[in-house]
Design a binder for this molecule. Structure first.
Ligand code: ADP
Length: 184
């Protein structure tokens, strides 16, 4: 499924983010940047040790206490098809009244800003926070789609944003929400 916002395309697909050929893929990391389960584990496994080496350097030089929720950093893509991995930390779901939506929007926005600052033109996102961090898929999809739409409306330096959904149920939620949010 595909939508156009200005000159950019938004694509929604079911798949594995580690297989994407966009310039960058986004990692739903945790603040340690030392790897973990879910999409984070899959990216480090397939991307190889260079990614973790750069994450360790970022911890030492920029974020000794860990990457705060909503912020983003960039490393090589190592052995992945994508040249870069952008690591961001989504919020842990605590019922929805603890600023979760704004923090999740920050994670998307700061990833997009960092991409543009590096000359990246195509980028893939997983459904940040919807796994171990427990963010409900419907609410997360709404934040993801609206934040990316608003960003692309103000910015012409990106060609394509791909939402990569790992499960059929996540894909269906995104599909339905995108028809609501992105269709004119
Ligand atoms: P978080 O800790 O931010 O919740 P997770 O990695 O646990 O991150 O889950 C985020 C989402 O990524 C979940 O919807 C999960 O199904 C999905 N996911 C897991 N593996 C992959 C993958 N290889 N490609 C794309 N999405 C994935």
């Amino acid at each position: 499924m595909e939508f156009r916002i200005g000159n950019a395309k938004i694509r929604i697909i079911r798949g594995d983010i580690t297989e994407q050929e966009t310039d960058a893929i986004v990692n739903a990391a945790n603040s340690s940047l030392m790897g973990g389960g879910g999409v984070d584990g899959a990216i480090h496994r397939k991307g190889g040790p260079k990614i973790l080496e750069e994450c360790k350097r970022i911890r030492r030089t920029q974020w000794p206490n860990g990457l705060p929720t909503g912020k983003a950093v960039i490393t090589t893509g190592g052995n992945l098809k994508a040249k870069y991995v952008i690591h961001t930390v989504g919020p842990v779901w605590r019922g929805g009244k603890h600023g979760e939506a704004e923090l999740l929007a920050d994670a998307y926005r700061n990833s997009l800003k960092l991409a543009v600052s590096k000359g990246i033109r195509t980028i893939s996102f997983p459904a940040i926070s919807t796994g171990a961090y427990g963010y409900p898929m419907e609410e997360a999809a709404e934040v993801a789609l609206k934040t990316v739409r608003d960003f692309l409306e103000d910015e012409d330096k990106l060609d394509e944003v791909v939402f990569v959904l790992f499960t059929e149920s996540a894909y269906k939620v995104y599909e339905r929400k995108a028809r609501e949010i992105l269709a004119e």
